[in-house]
Each structure stands twice: as structure tokens, then as C-alpha cells.
Design a protein around this ligand. Structure first.
Ligand SMILES: [Zn+2]
Length: 331
């Protein structure tokens, strides 16, 4: 029977439980993280690995106490993924299933490593990215032995640039060879870019039921969201707490879509980090709800108050994650 790859090894899908489908333990800029703070660089916070490790462990333990059992960390190439550090964190909190992803995160261009390798480049050849993602899934991320449970790609307001298209097609190919599902980033507002992502994935022969189109919470446009779901995909209502789109509006969208029968096509999450060096501390202070326990403490009570029943909540928090994280047969 198919199993789900977690950092600590494959698990029976029945053990997944309540799952956050788009989070990040760390988002890092590895070439900048050792830069010393101070000396006019007060906007930098110096990276202290032991302090950050302890903080991540404490936050995962708090998340477990709030009722969550599993977390999908979608940090891939471009977000400073540190697999060995994540492995340490997972070992320290074995009560949470931590699941990693592979793929590449860019809104515009590719890292130079990929610019001279693969189709359309000076040296040509097959798509090296698909080979890398398949190898990660079969043997472990970048040779660590830690196998990912999801494929990740992105596009943003720049549109589907040639680089984004190469990444989308490479994860599509890796998905079909391994059965591991796909999760995407779309901009805020997300329309029409989720539909464009679906178009490319469909061209690669992907069953859109195996895809989460991310960041659907950034719009009130139910027609757009329904079009994505009617094509088969799950949408990520996965930025609770960021505050770019109001709390009540996002709750309203989820409740409306559940009333229209789409509870089996949504997952919920925060897209929050234990630590991200992207944002100046004062910016994070202005978003106090952007933390991992916001769904347990605020979102679920609000959904219940708005009339959702436990079966609908379990569908979005347990059943849909289990369905999408359990790999399908390669095809
Ligand atoms: Zn994210």
C-alpha cells in the first residue's frame, strides 16, 4: 500500500491526522544569513542556528498541543531549504509528522546552475530538473536520504515566465514518474494564474486531481475558485493570518464554497514560518495572527460558528490532505 514520505520515514496514510498543507519551518537566504547584524545593518537579524532550532522545536510542540498532527513544509530550492537542520527538528518533535517538498521556487528567472543545462540552453539535453526531483523522491533530497512528499512550483504577477514554465513542466514530469502530488504558489490576487498553471500541467498529461493550486484565499472571486476545483484540483486556503485579505472575508469564502459542495476540494494552512529572513521584524509584528496556531485557535472556531460541521472540517483538515499526500501509481 502507498505510504507518505515524512522526514523520519514513510508512514501509513491513516497516521497523518490533522494536517497543515503549506507552511515553512525556515525561509532563509543562505548567502546572507551569516552577515553580522549591527554596524549599520540593523535590519539584519544574525542567524543563530541553535536558537532557531530550539524555537522551531517549541513551536512544533505548541502546534501539536493545539491539535495538529502533520505539517507540510514547502521550502524548496530558492527558499534556503536546509534538509539536515529540518531532520534535526523532526527528530526532536517526533509527535508531529513533518513532510518536506522538492522543486524550485522562482517568480521570474532560474538560478544560473539551470541556465546552461537542459532544453533550450547552450548545452541542451533533457530536463535536468525532472531528473533531480525524481532522484530526490526515490533516494532523498540532495543525497540526504530524506524523501519529500510533495512537488512544488510557483508563478507570480510576472506571469508564467519561461523559467516558471520549465519548473512547472519539470514537476509535472516528476509527478507522472513517481505519483507524488504537486502544490503551486500563485500571486495575490491569484486569478487568472492558477488556470494558466492548470493549462500547462494538463498539457503535460497531469491528472489535475493530483494538484493543489495554492493561495486561493487571496480572492473573493468564487467563479474563479470553482473553475479551478471543477477541473479537479484542490485549492489552498493557505494564507490564514497574513492579513492581505481580511479574516472574515476568507472565512466567508470557505463557508460559501462548502455550502456549494466543495469541502472535498479545499485545504487550509497559514504559509507561516518559525523564522523567515525575508521580513523585517517590525513587519511581522504588524501581523500577530501569522503564526502556526491561528487555525487551531481562531480559524476553526470561526468556521464552526459560521455553520460548518465537524465532517466538513475533517474533510479539509484530514481527508483532503491524506488523499493528496498519498502518492498515486505512476502514469
Ligand atoms: Zn509558502
Amino acid at each position: 500500500m502507498a505510504q507518505i514520505n515524512t522526514v523520519l520515514g514513510p508512514i501509513d496514510p491513516a497516521r497523518l491526522g490533522r494536517t497543515l498543507m503549506h507552511e515553512h519551518v525556515f525561509v532563509l537566504s543562505p548567502e546572507i544569513e551569516k552577515w553580522p547584524a549591527g554596524e549599520g545593518l540593523d535590519a539584519c537579524e544574525e542567524w543563530d542556528e541553535e536558537a532557531r532550532f530550539a524555537d522551531a522545536v517549541a513551536k512544533l510542540q505548541e502546534l501539536k498541543r493545539s491539535g495538529i498532527d502533520s505539517v507540510l513544509d514547502l521550502s524548496v530550492i530558492g527558499l534556503g531549504r536546509n534538509t539536515r537542520l529540518l531532520e534535526r527538528v523532526a527528530r526532536a518533535v517526533p509527535e508531529i509528522n513533518l513532510i518536506l517538498a522538492t522543486g524550485l521556487y522562482t517568480y521570474d528567472v532560474l538560478p544560473f546552475f539551470f541556465r546552461f543545462r537542459g532544453p533550450g540552453t547552450l548545452s541542451g539535453g533533457p530536463e535536468i530538473m525532472s531528473e533531480m526531483w525524481v532522484r530526490d523522491i526515490e533516494r532523498g533530497i540532495a543525497g540526504t536520504g530524506v524523501r519529500p512528499g510533495m512537488l512544488k512550483c510557483a508563478s507570480d504577477l510576472e506571469g508564467i515566465t519561461p523559467a516558471c514554465e520549465r519548473v512547472l513542466r519539470s514537476v509535472a514530469q516528476a509527478h507522472r514518474r513517481t505519483g507524488v502530488s504537486i502544490n503551486t504558489h500563485t500571486p495575490i490576487p491569484p486569478e487568472p494564474w492558477g488556470l494558466e498553471q492548470q493549462r500547462i500541467l494538463r498539457e503535460e498529461g497531469v491528472n489535475l486531481e493530483r494538484c493543489v493550486i495554492g493561495h486561493g484565499g487571496g480572492t473573493k472571486n468564487l467563479d474563479y475558485l470553482q473553475e479551478l476545483m471543477d477541473a479537479g484540483s484542490i485549492i489552498g486556503m493557505d494564507r490564514f493570518g497574513i492579513g492581505t485579505f481580511g479574516f472574515d472575508e476568507t472565512i466567508g469564502v470557505v463557508v460559501d464554497l462548502c455550502a456549494r459542495g466543495y469541502a472535498d476540494r479545499m485545504v487550509v494552512s497559514h504559509d507561516a514560518s518559525c523564522y523567515s529572513d525575508w521580513f523585517p521584524p517590525e513587519m511581522l509584528e504588524s501581523m500577530p495572527d501569522w503564526r502556526w496556531t491561528h487555525i487551531s485557535h481562531d480559524v476553526l472556531p470561526a468556521l464552526r460558528k459560521a455553520g460548518l460541521d465537524e465532517a466538513q472540517i475533517d474533510q479539509m483538515l484530514v481527508e483532503n490532505p491524506r488523499r493528496i499526500l498519498t502518492p498515486c501509481e505512476p502514469y
